[in-house]
Design a protein around this ligand. Structure first.
Ligand code: ADP
Ligand code: 5GP
Length: 186
């Protein structure tokens, strides 16, 4: 199995931003496209940002055992499709999963060799500012995500690596160092 990198941490901490920067610096890395039952927001496209599924489609994939991991998050379902992971790693390419904490715990059980990185916000206020500033979630959704974040932050010590996303450049450099350490042949 190719190297799998799990990037987890609360919504709004900057996981997507960090991964975009990481992928441009490490072009061999591939990002796994997750499935979700939430609706597309902004310019999100099916098959690019997520595989957008109905509740019924998601449930039938769960029943088929099609997910490596899946979780309920803020009233919606999210999961990593086994087919997606296998397709991307077939040629040996290292792959990144951007997932929440419950899913990361499942991956720890099913793929114990995966590298696990928890992204930490510099402060609770900064996390709120980023979620609000992103402008993609309703005020109710922001509050729901911040409540989940409190719980998620208590899990940070379970993870092999922790990266504080204060200055973006520093956090990207730290992530790149982790990848270099774990992919010595790169
Ligand atoms: P996540 O994928 O974890 O939900 P995003 O990558 O969408 O988070 O980032 C949330 C918001 O925070 C975005 O508006 C992004 O531009 C901003 N952001 C990300 N990293 C930083 C940083 N280091 N400093 C300031 N703002 C940041
Ligand atoms: P968003 O709605 O902001 O895109 O994602 C909400 C949360 O779901 C984020 O913490 C994100 O990392 C997580 N997430 C995205 N894809 C997956 C997935 O495949 N599995 C799990 N467990 N979480 C995911």
């Amino acid at each position: 199995m190719a190297r799998v990198f799990v990037i987890t941490g609360p919504s709004g901490v900057g996981k997507g931003t960090l991964i975009r920067n990481l992928l441009s610096r490490v072009p061999t890395l591939e990002l796994s496209v997750s499935a979700t039952t939430r609706k597309p927001r902004g310019d999100e496209q099916d098959g690019v940002h997520y595989h957008f599924l109905t509740d019924e489609e998601f449930a039938s994939k769960v029943a088929e055992g099609a997910f490596v991991e899946h979780a309920d998050y803020s009233g919606r379902r999210y999961g990593t499709l086994r087919s997606e992971l296998e397709r991307r790693t077939a040629d040996g390419a290292p792959v990144v999963l951007e997932i929440e904490v419950q899913g990361a715990r499942q991956v720890r059980e099913t793929l114990p060799d995966a590298v696990q990185v928890f992204i930490v916000p510099p402060s609770a206020e900064a996390l709120r500012e980023r979620l609000v500033g992103r402008g993609t979630d309703s005020p109710e959704d922001v509050e729901r995500r911040l409540l989940v974040a409190e719980e998620e932050l208590t899990a940070r010590d379970e993870f092999q690596y922790q990266v504080v996303n204060d200055r973006l450049e520093d956090a990207v450099a730290e992530l790149e160092q982790i990848v270099s350490r774990e992919l010595p042949q790169r």
